[in-house]
Design a protein around this ligand. Sequence first.
Ligand code: M6R
Length: 604
Amino acid sequence: MCGIVGYVGEREALPIILNSLQRIEYRGYDSCGILVQDNNEGKIHVHKSMKSIAQLKKNMSKSEYAGTLGIGHTRWATHGVPSRRNAHPHFDCDGEIAVVHNGIIENFQALKEGPLSNCRFKSDTDTEVIPHLIHQSLEKFNHQTSQKSSIKDAVRECLSHLKGSYAIIATAKGFDGLVVARKDSPLIIGVGDRENFIASDVPAVLDQTNRIIYLEEGDIAVVKKDSIYIENGDSEVKREEKIIPWTIEDAEKGGYEHFMLKEIHEEPKAIIDTLRGYLSEDGINLGVEFDAGRILMVACGTSYYAALCGKYIIEHLAKVPVQVELASEFNYSDFVLDDMMVMAITQSGETADTLMALKKAKRFGCKTVAITNVVGSTATRIADDTIYVRAGPEIGVAATKSFIVQLVTFYLLGLSRAKMPERELVERIDDLKWIPQLAQVVLDEEDVNIQKHARYLAGYENVFFVGRGVNLSIALEGALKLKEVSYIHAEGYAAGELKHGPFALLTKDTPVIAILSRDHIYEKTLVNVKEIKARGAPVIAIAETGDDEVEKYVDRVIRVPKTSAIFSPIPNTVALHLLAYWTAKARRCEIDKPRNLAKSVTVE
Ligand code: M6R
């Protein structure tokens, strides 16, 4: 959803800015821009491009873009088509104040037609009003005080005119620092030694520092090479510096061709790390009081499907009723919130719709919990409590390892309040300890068990995914993942629902992937599969090793290890994540950066 970065220090800014941008290209990649300022020469160098950052790295030379202060932007277009003219940074009329921005300025049109009607605009973006407003404020201050006013005060005055969301980095010709501010969009400062870094996300700076300051809502900061000044409202504030446990290796491809494949291969480790955090000899301790009579989960995209699975898991294990709502729908609904506990499920902790849902729940006085992967993210600051899933940085736009550890968290939540005899509980917890191995077995058989089916699937344009019970959400997730990375039209359905309409679409050209775990509705699902076959659609089953029955009725079988029904989503998910990846690979798609998407969706 646009990534912004900044650097001020003693080293050449260009390579640092380009590296940082490349690390957060997942936030948007339809165009990019950089600015480097050479304060010795009093020069500003600007480059905007529709090319990838990798290409810019090859083409731009340090000597041409010399300077020790810089800003950069990688764009996911909202206002204005992807083009060089709409790429950031944007400037005031004199070309002296530069701004990069992530977010949306809702009242930009009114500002353009009102107080800024005399300005010359060069782009169609909402962002461009910001440098013009800063310029106007500076002019006003200079006039009033006959003294060069600080750019920070001008930024603050400018922000008072803006409606919407923003994380911005502003600088001005001849100024030796960066002024940064945030409202409803994330922004961090990476603290270095005689140098400092700014970024939308931690992975942008991980190769330089793990000392991170998370800016809070309404913060404005002036960042120079050896100082960081932060204010909120009228007064200076101190923000705690956090040490981030992620390493740069976590945020690199480590020999894999794509982040998505690397991250699927990290699923067993992510499960182990998450279990280790909360499960010990003494039992399960999530650090959160979990005593509500009812739970509402709000989430978007893959996290929403994880929540749907969580509903089955928690209701099955703990017998606590769980309702799941899409955050974007919940925000504008008349949903009756009573004394329920509201859980926001969000990998990034920055998804705008999910954050709005959290805020709504708080307004209604509900106890709120964020289940997220990102330490210090906005969700953690809004919610009363946080449960961290421990996936490590997830860079691929398609969520994979974060989904699986969200499921792990639901197992832990369910088992922490399990309604079952002690002996059964012990068995379930033992089963839980085995789930990393279940995931690993699927990965170990990737080449023989998945790739050939992916090559087959790559030849089709429409695919259905079906499952039932706890695996319905896994079918939905499988379909989302396939469409997202391979551009094959895919729909997930409850297996029993196809006959209520979608049957009309079944032909020999619409393969159906059927999840056939050995659960209490296995026989029913098998009947559904026979009905599908009878309509001429090819069926690929995801079935347990040793289930020979299934082969009689389907065309192809992807094998997953045997497990108790409630844990079957784990191997099934790994298989479907791999299937999506290898299908996209066979279709030569841009796997880590699917068209039109961005990793964290920080606009409504
Ligand atoms: O960071 P979040 O979990 O809140 O993100 C929610 C969705 O935007 C995200 O899961 C999206 O659907 C993924 N790209 C799917 O792979």
